[in-house]
Ligand binder design. Sequence first.
Ligand code: PMP
Length: 305
Amino acid sequence: MKTDVSNRFIWFKGEILNVNDAKINVLAPTAQFGLNVFEGIPCYWNDEKKQLYAFRLHDHYERLLKSARLLQLDCPYTEEDMKKALIDVVIANEYSENLSVRQTLFVDGFGSWGSEGPVDMFVAPIPKGKTGSEYNKKGLNCCVTSWTRINDNSLSPRIKCGANYINSRMGQREAIRNGYDTCIFLNEAGKVSEGPGSCFFMVKNDVLVTPPLTDSVLESITRDTVIKLAERIGMKIIERSINRTELYVCDEAFLCGSAMEITPVLSVDRYVINRGEVGRITNALHKEYLVATVSGTQEWNTPIY
Ligand code: PMP
């Protein structure tokens, strides 16, 4: 496995370079104001087929272009260009393990936060090893953060841009300071929104419940995958606003995202969920998720090699 991230190739402005040679001007709006839009695209290694599969690639590019459009950034690349850049850089690194590929459109040059461009791109694969994270198995102890989630009328959570992650950072740092693994945000209306880098689901009486996309939630691809997988296994799913106290008395809960997959939540504000054990439905959905990502048999899987 090639886990030395400080000495890998990245795709940068049309070239494949050693990451140490990919330089951005310190005054560029991406560096100063977080003026960039990006995706973390998961790729799964299938050892039997000796193949790496990018997961829901088209959906990631669609969201990336939507984020760029909302910030009035003109993307100089087509979806085909973006896909080719991803494939080329993965092949250049000869990766045969799971990856999260950071594909970022950024505002370069000497402009300010209002500038239109120039817009360019980098594609940086981040190796993840062959198995999921420890937290997937162990689960998370969460708090409800005292910070409010950004909202559609100020800094829209629908836009996956660098600057939005400062709100995520405030919640996450507070959680860590106070001895939790991560946090859950409430939105301006006081309803549950999402985690700092993930969406939230709970199980109540065998029904899967998640906040609607209008409750200050990123249009998460994993959230959509979970809903589709839950439908496949015959579960009932409701998208509705969730109150804080519902977190404390739900039957199961999990956070989900391209990086954290489906990670169980074992407690919220020290209220223990499901006796602090990973729930049956959470487990079943995570199994389905792993098959969907790694099998190579779904329309969601794009082979890289
Ligand atoms: N919410 C936020 C704030 C996120 O950063 C992420 C990670 N991209 C998610 C949800 C999950 O989105 P996805 O499933 O598309 O990775």
